[in-house]
Design a protein around this ligand. Structure first.
Ligand SMILES: *Cc1c(COP(=O)(O)O)cnc(C)c1O
Length: 427
C-alpha cells in the first residue's frame, strides 16, 4: 500500500476530502517557495548567532542550586540578543509562560504613578488580569499603574490622533501586540510596528516600547527589535522553542529594560546572576536552532488551512492570499458545534492523545469557556499542531502550529473530515 491516497483513507480521510484538499494545495507552490526562502534567511541568522557566541558542548551541561556562572544560560541569552539584535536578553525556564514573561517585562519597567498605553486595542485575554482591566490580585492597577487604550480604526489602521492625545506625562510604557490573539483584527507586520514606534517616539522619545512578539518570531526576516522596540517578549512553547523547549519565556531588549526584568524575575540585587538552567538548556538551544524551519512548517499549514476553509465558504483571517505576520489562522465557523467539531478533528489527528475528545472548559485567565485541541508532546505547546476557540461570538477557531508540514496538512484534512462527519459541511 504505497499510495498516499490509500494511506489517507486508512486514516479516516475520505476520497472527496482528499481530492478537495489536494486541489487547494496545488495552487500554493509559489507561496511555499517564499516561505522556504524566508526560513533559509532566518536559519542563517540563527546559525550566525550560534557561531558568533561560540556555542560549545560545554553550554549543554546544566547547573543546579543558585546557578552561578552558568555558561549555558549566559551564552544562550547572548545568542537571543544576537538574533534579535538587542543589547541583552533574559531567557529562562523559570519564566513559566508567555503571560509570565509579559508580566515580568511590564511590572519591572513600570512604577506606581506610571501609565501603560496600548495603542493597538485590547491586549491578549490573559493580560487583562495582569494589567487590571479585569480586576485581579497583584495586577498593575493594584500597584498604582494606570492603563489607557486606543483602539484600531475600523479599517485596521492606527488611530494616530487618538494615540497622540492618549500620550501624557505619565505614559511610561507602550505595549504593542504583534499577533491578533483571540481577535479578528489583522496581525501587525514588523514594518507597521516600526511606523507606530517611530510615531510614538517622536511624541515622547523616552517612552519604553514593548512588543508582545508571541507567534511572530521568524515569520519575517526582521523582528520588532530591528525597528525600534525596546523590548520583545515571547514564549518558548511557541515559535522560538522550536517544539523542543519544554517550558520558558524570553525577553530581549535594551540593557536597562532587561536588568529591570531580571531584578523582578529573581530578586533585587540578584538579577541575571542566579537561576539554574536545570536539565532543559540543551533543548532551548536545539529548539531555537530548529525554530526557523518549524515556524515555516506552521506557516505553510496556516496558508493551507486558509485556502481549504475559504474554499468551503468560511471567513478566514488572514485570507488565502494575504501576506503573513504570525502563524495563527483564524477560521470563523459561526457556531459552537462547528468550533467543537474542528477541534475534535485536530485532536484526532494528533500524535499524542489522538483518542480523546476535547471539551470546552473555563481556563484560568480567559473570560469565556475555551476548547483546545492539543495532542502535543509538550503540554499546551502551540507551536505543535493545535487549535483553540473561545465559545463565544463569532465562534472562530484559532489554528496554529505543526512541527512538520505533512502533519499540519493531515490535521487540517482531519478537521475538515470531522466537520463532514458531524454533518456540518456537505461536499
Ligand atoms: C500566547 C500568547 C500570550 C500568552 O502566552 P501564554 O504562554 O499562553 O501565557 C500573550 N500574547 C499573545 C499574543 C499570545 O499569543
Amino acid at each position: 500500500m504505497k499510495d498516499l491516497r490509500e494511506l489517507y483513507k486508512t486514516m479516516e480521510i475520505d476520497e472527496d476530502v482528499y481530492s478537495y484538499c489536494m486541489d487547494r494545495l496545488r495552487g500554493l507552490k509559489e507561496r511555499f517557495d517564499a516561505i522556504d526562502e524566508n526560513a533559509e534567511y532566518n536559519q542563517l541568522k540563527v546559525l550566525k548567532a550560534f557561531r558568533e557566541c561560540r556555542v560549545s558542548e560545554a553550554c549543554f551541561t546544566t547547573s543546579s542550586g543558585y546557578g552561578y556562572n552558568d555558561l549555558g544560560r549566559d551564552t544562550l541569552e547572548e545568542v537571543y540578543a544576537g538574533i534579535f539584535h538587542t543589547e541583552d536578553a533574559l531567557v529562562r525556564p523559570q519564566i513559566t509562560c508567555g503571560t509570565h514573561a509579559l508580566n515580568v517585562a511590564l511590572s519591572s519597567n513600570l512604577r506606581p504613578g506610571d501609565e501603560l498605553l496600548s495603542p493597538v486595542g485590547k491586549p491578549y485575554d490573559t493580560l487583562e488580569e495582569v494589567i487590571g482591566i479585569r480586576p485581579s490580585k497583584g495586577s498593575l492597577a493594584e500597584y498604582g499603574v494606570s492603563y489607557s487604550q486606543v483602539d484600531l480604526l475600523p479599517d485596521g489602521d492606527f488611530d494616530y490622533d487618538g494615540i497622540e492625545k492618549a500620550i501624557n506625562d505619565k505614559t511610561r510604557l507602550v505595549t504593542i501586540q504583534r499577533s491578533k490573539g483571540y481577535q479578528t483584527r489583522p496581525t501587525l507586520s514588523v514594518k507597521r510596528i516600526g511606523e507606530l514606534i517611530s510615531f510614538i517616539k517622536k511624541i515622547k522619545p523616552d517612552v519604553t516600547c514593548m512588543v508582545d512578539n508571541c507567534y511572530g518570531e521568524f515569520v519575517e526576516r526582521t523582528e520588532p527589535s530591528d525597528v525600534g522596540a525596546d523590548m520583545v517578549v515571547g514564549s518558548l512553547i511557541k515559535n522560538p522553542g522550536g517544539g523542543l523547549a519544554p517550558v520558558g519565556g524570553y525577553i530581549a531588549g535594551k540593557k536597562k529594560c532587561i536588568e529591570q526584568a531580571a531584578y523582578r524575575l529573581t530578586s533585587p540585587g540578584l538579577g541575571k546572576e542566579v537561576g539554574a538552567s536545570l536539565n532543559v538548556i540543551r533543548s532551548f538551544y536545539q529548539g531555537l536552532f530548529l525554530a526557523p524551519g518549524v515556524t515555516a512548517s506552521a506557516l505553510k499549514g496556516a496558508v493551507f488551512a486558509a485556502n481549504v476553509f475559504e474554499g468551503l465558504g468560511y471567513k478566514v483571517l488572514p485570507d488565502g492570499t494575504e501576506s503573513r505576520h504570525d502563524i495563527i489562522q483564524a477560521v470563523t465557523l459561526g457556531s459552537p458545534e462547528a468550533v467543537i467539531s474542528f477541534c475534535k478533528g485536530i485532536q484526532y489527528g494528533s500524535p499524542v492523545d489522538s483518542f480523546v475528545t476535547p471539551q470546552p472548559w473555563a481556563m484560568p485567565g480567559y473570560d469565556a469557556d475555551v476548547i483546545m485541541a492539543a495532542g502535543a508532546f509538550i503540554s499546551g505547546s502551540s507551536i505543535e499542531l493545535s487549535a483553540d476557540g473561545p465559545i463565544k461570538e463569532p465562534y472562530a477557531v484559532y489554528f496554529q502550529g505543526g512541527l512538520t508540514f505533512p502533519h499540519a496538512k493531515y490535521g487540517i484534512m482531519r478537521a475538515m473530515q470531522q466537520l463532514k462527519n458531524d454533518g456540518l459541511i456537505v461536499l
